[in-house]
Design a protein around this ligand. Structure first.
Ligand code: ATP
Ligand code: MG
Length: 654
């Protein structure tokens, strides 16, 4: 039985006796930092390498200040597939895939290996070789991981673009990466409707001259136009090709993929990940954070278009030899219990999702999960935003049956895999709802002040990572200068994630949101999550987004947008109750200057709250004078979201 400590109301924690588990994790971390060779060597040896020349880590003078496996060579797809092909795992299911309409497919490691080889043959025939870029613009169908692995097999670089992006965003990413080939589909299913993809590729390609060839997966059967000499059906391209394509050995630092960050903060950044270090990190974190083993059926609900999907839908689980679930569609289609139906049907043991998805489930009501047998679950995880203790507790209780540890995992596109998280499988690990807990071994995390001085427990400051870790990205595609300035100039020599945090007396980290979203009210720094954590404890509140509005007197004042659960009304009395709640828990200084009751808060495509956009609306600033939305399409989408949100605020004065 797992017993989380009670949720601290103020985002800070009270000290308690140090558990042996914590000491063990801290000891592992010390070893990994002091002797990377000794610590990572045996773990790297669990993976396959074609060559191992020289050290596994070499410090470099320039950012990111280290190179992993510089003289070694390997292949990511080889490690995901070939490594298992001569073992009993050959016929174990790698992916149970379920389409939104209810169709399904199971692919064993062998079948996946065969499909990857067939596509790799076709790609090679199309001239794709090491270092070439291939853009994948696909729904959540098995062909997406197959295409990633086929690309990796050839030493080529994939750039997966989330299927929700419109043509200008796709074109921008195609051009930035200089992709030669695109793999797409006629469409995908979303809430019972076809989401067209091929027409978007066609529109994007008017502006993307580097693309020579397009392969099209038939998924929905909808009509698409095929451009002669450029477009080919995927099934035709792979027909008859059964030849095994030898995996191409690549050096440890060879780029394996480009992934554009979700774009909450500005023009998309093409994070480039290497091969050896990324592989080690995906493998290692999947094993230790999720305590993964053969008894598991793993399900990470993230779209493969985001880094979470890269690392914990595709690479981590395959490197660890796991069986996992991939689901194509919406969580609430045809009913709000679709996910719980899937957990029950397949016997999912490990569920990894986002706070935003959990808040949506809470809003739909407890009756949906309660109709299903969720007893197969043994471990739960979250990622993407800070999780409110209230939401953590619901997840723990309603989904995990108060049995399953919840791993709140902090990481970023740039970090390749999880950096701060509980490791309940490694040691007895006391959990604190709302805390991502301790760094994974090899991660030198610290909370520092403006000048980089370490802060004492419970003092808010900037999170920094003071040493290179294996999963770190190697640069921004085409933009080394931006790579240095965004991540390595705020604090010279350290990686700057741009997140705000505290560490408590047990060394547990509490992530408080983006550093640039912290409010400064009359000289006090208040993180948006601190207020949101309080608002959501009210039984009427499903979700909230707090931002800072400029104020002549106080510098900034908090403003809250509150989404209510069904059956509740945004009455003046409720508003008073919420204000009172903040006053008594955080203090008068933090009391919002306004509370708006809204139907929904604007979110990014990866479902994170867009506080900047809310701020623009609330401050009646025209959209566009922030850097948030430089990317063409997000401007379009954001403009719509901005207008809708503005109209809604007009209808519901504070
Ligand atoms: P962009 O960098 O383009 O603005 P993004 O930061 O939203 O996009 P991601 O790399 O997917 O794109 O998200 C990483 C960020 O998500 C972190 O920097 C942090 O702010 C937040 N985050 C992720 N996991 C957690 C977590 N467990 N707790 C708190 N915050 C988290
Ligand atoms: Mg980011």
């Amino acid at each position: 039985m797992v017993e989380p400590s009670p949720a601290p109301r103020d985002g800070l924690s009270t000290t308690r006796s140090v558990s042996p588990g914590i000491l063990k994790i801290q000891e592992l971390n010390r070893r990994a930092l002091e002797d990377p060779e000794g610590f990572w060597g045996p773990i790297a040896a669990e993976l396959s390498w074609f060559d191992r020349q020289g050290p596994l880590f070499r410090a470099t003078a320039d950012p990111p200040f280290g190179s992993w496996f510089p003289g070694w060579s390997t292949n990511l797809a080889y490690n995901c597939l070939d490594r298992w092909i001569d073992t009993p795992r050959r016929h174990r299911v790698a992916f149970y895939w379920e389409g939104e309409p209810g169709d399904h497919r199971a692919l064993t490691y062998y079948q996946l290996y065969r499909e990857v080889n067939r596509l790799a043959t076709a790609l090679r025939a199309a001239g794709v070789g090491p270092g070439d870029r291939v853009t994948l613009y696909l729904p959540m169908v098995p062909e997406l991981p197959i295409a990633m692995l086929a690309t990796a097999r050839l030493g080529a670089i994939h750039s997966v673009v989330f299927g929700g992006f419109a043509a200008p965003a796709l074109a921008e990413r195609l051009n930035d990466s200089g992709s030669r080939l695109v793999i797409t589909a006629d469409g995908g299913w979303r809430r019972g409707k076809v989401l067209p993809l091929k027409p978007i590729v066609d529109a994007a390609l008017h502006h993307s001259p580097s693309v020579e060839k397009v392969l099209v997966v038939r998924r929905t059967g909808s009509e698409v136009a095929m451009v002669p000499n450029r477009d080919q059906w995927y099934h035709d391209a792979v027909a008859g090709s059964t030849v095994a394509v030898a995996a191409v050995p690549v050096p440890g630092p060879h780029p394996s993929f480009i992934l554009y960050t979700s774009g909450t903060t500005g023009r998309p950044k093409g994070a480039v990940h290497g091969t050896g270090g990324y592989m080690l990190w995906s493998y290692y974190t999947t094993r230790v954070v999720f305590d993964a083993s053969d008894r598991d059926l793993f399900w990470c609900t993230a779209d493969i278009g985001w880094v979470t999907g890269h690392t914990y839908v595709v690479y981590g689980p395959l490197l660890a030899g796991l069986s996992s679930v991939i689901y194509e569609g919406a969580p609430d289609f045809p009913q709000p219990d679709r996910w719980w139906t899937i957990v029950q049907k397949y016997g999912v043991t490990t569920l990894y999702t986002s706070p935003t998805a959990i808040r949506a489930a809470i809003k739909h009501g407890d009756r949906w999960p309660r109709q299903h047998d969720l007893t197969s679950l043994r471990l739960l995880g979250t990622v993407g935003e800070p999780i409110n203790p209230e939401v953590w507790n619901w997840y723990f209780r309603e989904i995990g049956g108060a049995r399953c540890p919840v791993v709140d995992t902090w990481w970023q596109t740039e970090t390749g895999g999880i950096l701060i998280s509980p490791q309940p499988g490694t040691a007895h690990f006391p959990l604190k709802p709302g805390s991502a807990t301790l760094p994974v071994p090899g991660v030198d995390a610290q909370v520092v002040d403006e000048d980089g001085r370490p802060l004492p427990p419970d003092r808010k400051g900037f999170l920094v990572i003071r040493r290179p870790w294996p999963g770190q990205f190697i640069t921004l595609w085409n933009d080394d200068a931006r790579f240095r300035s965004v991540y390595f100039s705020r604090f010279p020599k350290w990686y700057y994630p741009a997140d705000y945090a505290t560490a408590d007396a047990d060394g547990y980290f509490w992530l408080l949101g983006r550093a640039d979203e912290v409010l400064k009210v009359a000289g006090h720094r208040i993180a948006t999550i601190e207020l949101e954590n309080i608002l959501i404890t009210h039984p009427a509140v499903a979700e909230s987004a707090v931002i800072g509005r400029h104020d002549e007197m106080k510098g900034e004042v908090p403003v809250a947008c509150v989404v209510l659960k069904p059956g509740f009304d945004g009455t003046p009395r409720l508003r008073e109750e919420l204000l009172g709640l903040v006053r008594t828990t955080l203090g008068a200084i933090a009391v919002p200057a306004a509370i708006y009751f809204v139907e929904k808060v604007p979110k990014t495509r990866s479902a994170k709250i867009m506080r900047r956009l809310i701020r623009d609306v609330v401050e009646e600033r025209p959209l566009g004078d922030t850097t948030t939305l430089e990317d063409e399409t997000s401007v379009e989408d954001a403009r719509r979201a901005y207008q809708e949100f503005k109209d809604e605020l007009r209808r519901t004065p504070p």
